[in-house]
Design a protein around this ligand. Structure first.
Ligand code: GRF
Length: 190
């Protein structure tokens, strides 16, 4: 049976698109069974165009975070996910989600962890003046970008780079790395 993957996004979804394209060209046997977001993310249209079920699970200001986390857990669990892929999902999951999906929840981050954790990794790398940064795919734990590293790849910072140009160059590598990690996952867990 193909690996059932639920992908979580918050933004443009180009990493999601890379996974979808890999499935479409047969590079991945996995099946993306649903795409979820914490907002009406632009990337949801990519899934809808491919007929993949989508859901939005907003965290309303002042709402109970524990309840939000449990509801998100239930929504993902409804798809019998074998692997949950956070591809630009900008919320930290809580203990209910980790309890249900720990060990089969991976995230991708646009820096060479443990350098530059958190939501502004590309901006922070530029501010630090590093000449090399990169991306990391890791297994999510209860910390912020602290889980066991699965794969990394370096990306050069070029003169004149701003946050947008550097992030796009990182994403070019990130899209390939994420597909490679999911391919490895389906080979060892498939
Ligand atoms: C990726 O760089 C990911 O590492 C970061 O957000 C970006 C998502 O890009 N958390 P996209 O929405 O898939 O284009």
């Amino acid at each position: 049976m193909p690996l059932r993957c639920v992908v979580l996004i918050s933004g443009t979804g180009t990493l999601l698109q890379a996974l979808m394209d890999a499935v479409a060209r047969g590079d991945l046997r996995a099946s993306i069974v649903a795409v979820g977001a914490d907002r009406k993310a632009e990337g949801l249209a990519r899934a809808e165009a491919a007929g993949i079920p989508v859901f939005v699970h907003r965290l309303v200001a002042g709402a109970d975070r524990t309840q939000w986390d449990q509801e998100l857990t239930d929504k993902v669990a409804a798809y019998s996910a074998d692997l949950v892929i956070s591809a630009g999902f900008m919320k930290l999951v809580g203990s209910a989600f980790l309890g249900r999906f720990a060990g089969r929840l991976i995230n991708t981050h646009p820096a060479l962890l443990p350098s530059f954790p958190g939501p502004h990794a590309v901006r922070d790398a530029l501010a630090a003046g590093v000449k090399v940064t990169g991306c990391t795919v890791f297994a999510v734990d209860e910390g912020v970008d602290t889980g066991p590293i699965i794969a990394q790849e370096a990306v050069r910072v070029l003169p004149g780079d701003d946050e947008e140009s550097l992030h796009e160059r990182i994403k070019q590598t990130e899209r390939r790395l994420l597909v490679e990690v999911v391919k490895g996952w389906e080979e060892t867990h498939g």
